[in-house]
Design a protein around this ligand. Structure first.
Ligand SMILES: Cc1cc2nc3c(=O)[nH]c(=O)nc-3n(C[C@H](O)[C@H](O)[C@H](O)COP(=O)(O)O)c2cc1C
Length: 475
């Protein structure tokens, strides 16, 4: 595998969709689709009528037409649903998804990767959050069916992924431990590709695996315990967009209410280099200077998110992209590392923008409920079965499920708001769910790339800005 200098970071949900990843991959760098909530995104794109036919083109390439037929019958709305009509609900993914939901997960991941890889030889990766466990096994299989080149996993300790990739490549059944709060026994997630392919699951190419980590200790454990199964590392610092690893030790907040990171959180690139794998630096590395400096500390290059998040090909709603760009141009822009917003408990970077959940008045107006469920926590009930709860749901429901009121304070429904970011927000009584944007602390790349008078830019322009030279067109 020829290593790229630039990884366009996976940005969930749907911000780095197939269009962005394809634009980067056709320019010779690693384009990464977000693997988060793709089953939901697929059902909503189909209910929007798939106006340009991209989803149906990818579906037609799926090897089991019977499965595709069932999905189209269930979700496709010719000419699209009326605007304020709510999207049909999709079953939440739990411990043992039924056959139809499993199919949807496989197909949705296939579609996103297939479209990103369509018609060129460039490399495409897919990014998953380890915290979101239940969809992972069928999702990986779907992405591999479409020939994904690299799997990147952040937000957790993805020790089991290398052997899962080996198993799926051989068409074998795989399993993964499910983290269950208060567990008195082992809980497992299972997936058998043969369930979808009764004549035998195809043998697939095993993609490379790059965990995303924020400490030398974690990188070392992963490389040692996963044997030869780790092929590269992304080292992410806490200025990166999206979720950040929590600081080590007891949580301390600064005067603004942001978690304080100290010297123990700094990663020594020399220690990472000593592990002997290629690595990329993420978090405030989206500049030509940082890219040039990377080899000096032993890195293969950089992983960049924020500058790509606002480019023309990103999946963000056009009005939100423009609001963010205008805020950057005006210089009046705040990114707050919110210690409690995310139901995961990880710090989450929030871009302050009017009419989004970043504003207290918008947050207070939203009725709390959990109907998408990706960030729910599994817990063991007294009878040993698994229950699910989300601290961003209605607090009374959360407390009934064994949570505490304190855990619910300030939590935001990322599932619904991230869908709204894409123009796929749920409608409730004539109102659409409010969005909530994330990005990294360093917005200087966006500022620099916007030549005076311009209010948009393409992914290719980002790459040319970073590399300082024209990029190829592999399409
Ligand atoms: C809008 C946005 C969404 C992101 N979502 C994810 C995600 O779902 N999973 C992940 O591992 N990283 C996510 N990231 C982090 C990026 O993949 C990348 O590592 C990071 O943006 C690099 O730092 P930078 O933002 O300073 O460029 C996200 C970043 C942004 C800006």
């Amino acid at each position: 595998m020829k290593f790229p200098k630039i990884i366009q970071g996976g940005m969930g949900a749907g911000v780095s969709d197939w269009r962005l990843a394809r634009a980067v991959a056709t320019a010779g760098q690693l384009g990464v689709v977000s693997g988060t909530a793709l089953d939901l995104i697929l059902t909503r794109r189909l209910q929007e009528g798939d106006p340009q036919g991209h989803v149906r083109r990818a579906l037609a390439a799926f090897p089991e037409p019977g499965i595709v037929g069932r999905i189209l019958d269930r979700w496709f709305v010719e000419d699209g649903k009326d605007e304020a009509v709510p999207y049909a609900g999709k079953p939440l993914v739990g411990e043992a998804p039924g056959a139809r939901l499993e199919e949807l997960l496989v197909v949705a991941n296939f579609v996103e990767v297939w479209l990103a890889k369509e018609g060129h030889p460039g490399m495409v990766g897919i990014n998953y959050l380890h915290k979101i466990q239940t969809p992972t096994l069928p999702s990986l299989f779907g992405a591999m069916l479409a020939g994904v080149n690299v799997v990147l996993v952040g937000a957790g300790i993805p020790l089991e992924i290398p052997s899962i990739l080996d198993g799926l490549a051989a068409g074998e059944p795989v399993e993964m431990a499910l983290q269950v709060t208060g567990a008195t026994r082992e809980h497992k997630l299972r997936f058998d590709p043969a369930r979808m392919f009764p004549d035998g699951a195809p043998e697939l190419k095993r993609p490379a695996f790059f965990p995303i980590v924020s400490s030398v200790a974690l990188a070392t454990v992963l490389v040692r315990k996963a044997g030869g199964g780790v092929d590269g590392l992304v080292i992410e610092d806490p200025t990166a967009g999206g979720h950040n690893a929590p600081p080590r030790g007891a949580l301390k907040l600064d005067d603004h209410g942001e978690p304080v990171y100290g010297t123990r959180d700094a990663v020594d690139p020399a220690a990472i280099a000593a592990l002997g794998l290629p690595f990329w630096l993420a978090g405030s590395n989206g500049s030509p200077e940082k890219l040039r400096e990377a080899p000096g500390v032993g890195a293969a290059g950089v992983q960049v998110g924020t500058v790509f998040a606002f480019c023309e090909e990103s999946g963000l709603r056009e009005d939100l992209k423009q609001a963010a760009i205008q805020a950057v141009i005006s210089g009046d822009v705040t990114v707050f590392r919110d210690p409690v917003a995310s139901p995961t408990g990880f710090p989450f970077q929030v871009l302050a923008l009017p009419e989004t959940l970043s504003k207290e008045e918008v947050y207070q107006c939203r009725e709390r409920q959990c109907d998408l469920g990706y960030l729910r926590e599994a817990y063991e009930r007294e009878d040993g079965t698994v229950g699910w709860r989300c601290p961003a749901e209605d607090p009374a429901t959360f407390v009934e499920a064994g949570g505490t009121l304190e855990q619910t304070e300030g939590r935001k429904c990322l599932c619904n708001s991230l869908m709204a970011n894409l123009g796929l927000g749920q409608w409730r009584e004539g109102k659409v769910e409010p969005p909530l944007l994330t990005c990294g602390k360093d917005l200087s790349g966006v500022r620099r790339i916007l030549a005076p008078g311009r209010t948009s830019y393409t992914a290719r322009e980002v790459l040319e800005f970073l590399l300082g030279e024209p990029v190829p067109d592999l399409a």
